[in-house]
Design a protein around this ligand. Structure first.
Ligand code: APR
Length: 237
């Protein structure tokens, strides 16, 4: 039994677009309607917790009736032939619901909350994270350690705790696939630079991509169609 090739898939909001979830920077995207510094930054949280609790409550409740699309499902099915790790910038749970089993959420998870102040210091430990599904929290809802519950989201101005783990995955990849991200937010956008210089990198995006690197194979299509093209491509090799 030969070793399965390691496929690392970096996804962004574009992979969930066909599920009806807004992207951030496309026309009509979330950051066209809201200022991310107001609704998605640690400074915004200290300025107006009520506004941010309501913003994420609305997104979380709205996630309940969204479904994984064909792109999520094809990524999950690739686990049959490849050793797949999904590194996602998305906070939705659509990769999980499509059946992917190894997922790193670089920017947190919408269905989870955690104490505002961790037990040991200002950081939190994974065991303090609480899954509330599609429920809501309110100002005054406290964690077991007595501090205000907050969304388990990485906001602008906060560190990305999972980035070292993500870098290790990319360094070991035999193939890298990037789906539906504008590659404008670091450190996620710089992950592809950690890939072995000899491995193929595919990018699925209907728009032109921001990076020019000789290894990049740009599949100019929406995620669901692009995934079918990608699978045909790698099965040729
Ligand atoms: N299929 C594939 N890609 C698509 C589709 C689609 N149907 N529709 C749009 N796209 C592409 C866009 O062309 C764009 O390149 O998806 C990308 C979406 O880019 P952004 O809206 O910037 O989303 P993303 O790259 O995930 O943002 C990264 O920024 O605000 C932070 O934390 C937030 O995780 C987010 C991060």
């Amino acid at each position: 039994m030969s070793r399965k090739q390691k496929l690392v898939v970096l996804t962004g909001a574009g992979v969930s677009a066909e599920s009806g979830l807004d992207t951030f920077r496309d026309s009509g995207g979330l950051w066209g309607k809201y200022d991310p510094q107001v609704v998605a930054s640690i400074d915004g949280w200290h300025r107006n917790k009520r506004l941010m609790i309501d913003f994420y409550n609305d997104l979380r409740v709205g996630l309940k009736d969204k479904k994984p699309n064909k792109a999520h499902l094809l990524i999950a099915q690739l686990e049959e032939k490849y050793n797949v790790t999904v590194i996602t910038q998305n906070v939705d749970n659509l990769h999980e619901r499509a059946g992917s089993t190894r997922i790193i959420h670089l920017h947190g998870e919408l269905t989870k909350v955690r104490p505002e102040v961790g037990e040991y210091d200002r950081t939190f430990s994974e065991k303090e994270v609480i899954d509330i599904g599609y429920g809501t929290i309110d100002l005054g809802d406290l964690a077991p350690n007595g501090s205000q519950l907050r969304p388990h989201i990485v906001w602008f101005g906060e560190s990305v705790p999972q980035i070292e783990r993500a870098i290790e995955e990319v360094e070991q990849a035999d193939i890298m696939l990037i789906v539906g991200t504008s590659l404008q937010v670091y450190p996620a956008a710089g992950l592809y630079r950690y890939a072995d210089p000899h491995i193929p990198i595919y990018i699925i995006d209907p728009k032109d991509v921001a990076i020019c690197d000789g290894r990049i194979n740009h599949i100019k299509a929406v995620a669901s169609e692009g995934m079918e093209t990608f699978i045909r491509e790698i099965e040729k090799n």
